[in-house]
Design a protein around this ligand. Structure first.
Ligand code: HEC
Ligand code: HEC
Length: 316
């Protein structure tokens, strides 16, 4: 036994010396108490491990078994009649009880769905989110919108919303001259039905100039009129002049005299109002530049409005 203890101490010293050589610099005593504690813990772990092992090695070497042997022997190897250890027995019974509970009460077969749980928790969280922000201010909306935008929209529209050199819509400007011309020539049926009613955007805008009659002249809109009206619209519908007259004569019947879409009958051409943005988020949009995926189910109502508010705030 004595020689084993001495061997154990030598082993501890050897292990600690090894540790010191490997990571000695971080154990400059007194510099950082966390390092001192780690070193102490190291000594403790090594010592306990060595001495517990020694105890069992010693027991294997010297202990003799006592007790009543069972009748059976297997090639001369017998078995003692020992009672089941109490702790083990209790644990065994507890596992049985727990198993019955798990099977019949906790998670009955075919009763639990991970997706269901996810959905329930999402609904619950969304409800909490909506009630928390029930009286959200304009400023909070813009802030929330910005953070949603940076995560969800910036990958395509750019961090500053400028559309990454034409890869996606430039959102700092409601509409470009090219886009208006494209819609007049090729039509648009992309924004999808207006949530406010069946009259809405769902009708789309027919392709071609022929259907766009200027009520002032009684003639379909001409190329030069398209040019003028496109510039007027892309310029935020500011000022009077030819463009304004053509808009009033051709476009206002659907888009309203002010271009704001007459309560959701057609898209607002002046700014990103909630109706338009919510529509684009709900249905996505295919157009001149490409396709924008929809965000249906990925943002809450408040987040949709927040993004719309943010887009208005970065507009020119
Ligand atoms: C008959 C009704 C009607 C008339 C007239 C009309 N529009 Fe439209 N316009 C719509 C509708 C509806 C949409 C939405 C289509 C969709 O779902 O994409 C639309 C879409 C647009 C868009 C695309 C908006 C966007 O965000 O993509 C532009 C630009 C536009 N119109 C400009 C004009 C101009 C300029 C005129 C006049 C020359 C005009 N429209 C005349 C009904 C009309
Ligand atoms: C995968 C790329 C992509 C992502 C992500 C994306 N967009 Fe778009 N978005 C586009 C493209 C492309 C267009 C232009 C479609 C077209 O050709 O008219 C567009 C157009 C738009 C328009 C203009 C619609 C119109 O007719 O005037 C709005 C508004 C818009 N996106 C808002 C958003 C918002 C808000 C987000 C984030 C929640 C977002 N987008 C995320 C690609 C994307």
């Amino acid at each position: 036994m004595k020689s084993m203890v001495i061997g154990g101490i030598i082993l501890i010293v050897a292990l600690m010396t090894g540790t010191y050589f490997m990571a000695g610099d971080s154990f400059a005593l007194g510099e950082d108490y966390i390092n001192d504690l780690t070193m102490l813990a190291g000594v403790a772990i090594v010592s306990i491990t060595v001495f517990v092992s020694l105890k069992y090695v010693n027991q294997i070497k010297n202990d003799t078994a006592t007790g009543e042997l069972a009748d059976e022997t297997w090639d001369g190897i017998g078995e003692y009649k020992n009672n089941i250890p109490v702790g083990w027995g209790m644990l065994f019974i507890a596992t049985l009880v727990w198993q019955l509970w798990y099977f019949f009460v906790g998670y009955p077969t075919s009763q639990f769905s991970q997706i269901g749980q996810y959905n329930e928790e999402t609904l619950e969280y969304n409800a909490k989110f909506e009630s928390k922000w029930a009286n959200i201010t304009e400023q909070e909306l813009a802030g929330m919108g910005q953070s949603v935008f940076l995560v969800q929209c910036a990958p395509c529209h750019g961090v500053d919303g400028e559309g990454i050199q034409g890869k996606a819509h430039n959102l700092t400007k409601r509409i470009s001259v090219e886009q208006v011309k494209d819609v007049i020539n090729n039509g648009s049926a992309a924004i999808g039905p207006n949530p406010a009613g069946n009259l809405g955007f769902g009708m789309g805008m027919m392709p071609g100039k022929d259907g766009l009659i200027n009520v002032n002249t009684g003639m379909p809109i001409s190329d030069s009129e398209v040019e003028a009206v496109a510039n007027y619209v892309a310029n935020g519908m500011k000022g009077a002049g030819a463009g304004a007259d053509i808009f009033a004569g051709v476009c206002s019947s659907c888009h309203g005299v002010d271009g704001k879409g007459m309560g959701g009958m057609s898209p607002n051409l002046v700014e990103y109002d909630d109706t338009l943005v919510i529509n684009v988020l709900k249905h996505g949009k295919k157009g001149m530049i490409g396709a924008m995926p929809n965000f249906e189910g990925r943002l809450t109502e408040t987040q949709d409005k927040a993004v719309a508010t943010y887009l208005r705030s970065i507009g020119e």
